[in-house]
Design a protein around this ligand. Structure first.
Ligand SMILES: [Fe+2]
Ligand SMILES: [Fe+2]
Length: 355
């Protein structure tokens, strides 16, 4: 059961009574001039941050929660030094599985229901006697689907927000369809299966149930490429499919080689046409998403301008910063983006035949 978010930081005004879920970004126990301890907190949600104080019973309450916890807070909003501040009267700690992370982390600006429909259609269209049952079998697992719906595609670089993995996957499905129109000899079932599964290991590589998006221990130690292959092998065993069959090997080759080079984490280089094409599409989508983020961070209205130096790319970029009113190729205009950010993702869209 997911708890209601309640008040948002940006809506809080001095004088209001406030009830809502907030994440503890920082916490420290201090001593007031009269010698009594008090707690000073910074609370955040995805709309902003606000200072908060706990005056009563502070030393004991200090041990009840940590930085990163999500609290259901009842408080009064006051004004202190010209800024809004919360005086917390009551709080309870929320379990992370009771809280929707979309309230605390940036969310994909795209229509995630549409993205899921794109992925689902690709799955339904698979005709390959091995790949179709394998891919559908993996997504029939509710935990896998729930995680795939919400997972970011990265901690920082590209699609680093809730729904990023789904957005990236749907984008690759669309790109694949365009490429196969031109190069019709390519194996579309293999490519679509690669789209759907290539980054699935990210649901185990990353954690996003509390801010910030971070690596899990196994994610850091094993990486999403090997985790993804493990998941495919496990699914093969569960579904009675031979993991060493030619079709599964071709799919695992796409997963293993999709970063394109050994120094970028792929243990093998793309050695089939489909793996080579897939690597290029993955690279294209990731890089253009990165540049879209960079353009969003640059000042608009000056025409083309230079970004800061991008160490990873060893260059500056000369870019046209996003005009907030223009409908660019990277995504919907700002009002729709903002609207989409406000929409919690409906779990119902995940319903799938579980038989
Ligand atoms: Fe990847
Ligand atoms: Fe990817």
């Amino acid at each position: 059961m997911t708890m209601e978010k309640g008040a948002s930081v940006t809506d809080i005004k001095p004088g209001q009574k406030v009830k809502g879920l907030f994440c503890v970004a920082s916490k420290s126990l201090r001593t007031a001039k009269n010698g009594s301890p008090f707690l000073t907190l910074t609370l955040i949600d995805k709309t902003g941050n606000i200072e908060a104080r706990i005056w009563d019973n502070a030393a004991a309450l200090n041990t009840e929660f940590e930085k990163g916890d999500i609290l259901l807070v009842e408080a009064e909003a006051t004004e202190f030094s010209g800024r809004c501040q919360l005086k917390i009267n009551r709080f309870e700690k929320a379990r992370h599985d009771e809280v929707d992370p979309v309230h605390f982390l940036p969310v994909s600006p795209f229509d995630l229901e549409k993205a899921w429909r794109t992925c689902k259609k690709a799955m339904d269209e698979l005709r390959d006697g091995t790949l179709a049952p394998l891919v559908k079998g993996i997504f029939r697992n509710r935990d896998t689907r729930d995680a795939f719906l919400k997972a970011p595609a990265a901690k920082k670089m590209h699609h680093a927000y809730i729904g990023g993995l789904l957005e990236h996957t749907a984008s690759l499905v669309e790109l694949t369809r365009q490429v196969v129109k031109k190069y019709s000899h390519l194996d579309i079932d293999l490519l679509l299966s690669g789209c759907l599964l290539h980054d699935l290991g990210k649901i185990r590589e990353l954690s996003w149930s509390r801010p910030p998006i971070d690596y899990t221990d196994q994610g850091r130690l094993l990486g999403h490429i090997s985790l993804g292959v493990q998941m495919v092998d496990q699914a093969c065993m569960d579904l009675g499919i031979r993991p060493e069959s030619e079709r599964v090997c071709a799919l695992k080759h796409i997963i293993l080689s999709h970063h394109g080079q050994r120094e970028f984490g792929s243990p093998v280089l793309p050695m089939t046409e489909e793996a080579l094409v897939f690597h290029m599409l993955d690279d294209l989508d990731a890089k253009l998403n990165f540049l879209a983020g960079l353009k969003d961070s640059m000042e608009a209205g000056q025409g083309h301008s230079w970004s800061g130096y991008q160490h990873l790319f060893e260059r500056y970029f000369y870019l046209l910063p996003r005009n907030e009113r223009a409908k660019g190729p990277e995504g919907p205009p700002s009002e729709e983006r903002e609207e989409a950010r406000q929409q919690p993702v409906q779990p119902s869209l995940w319903e799938m035949d579980e038989s």
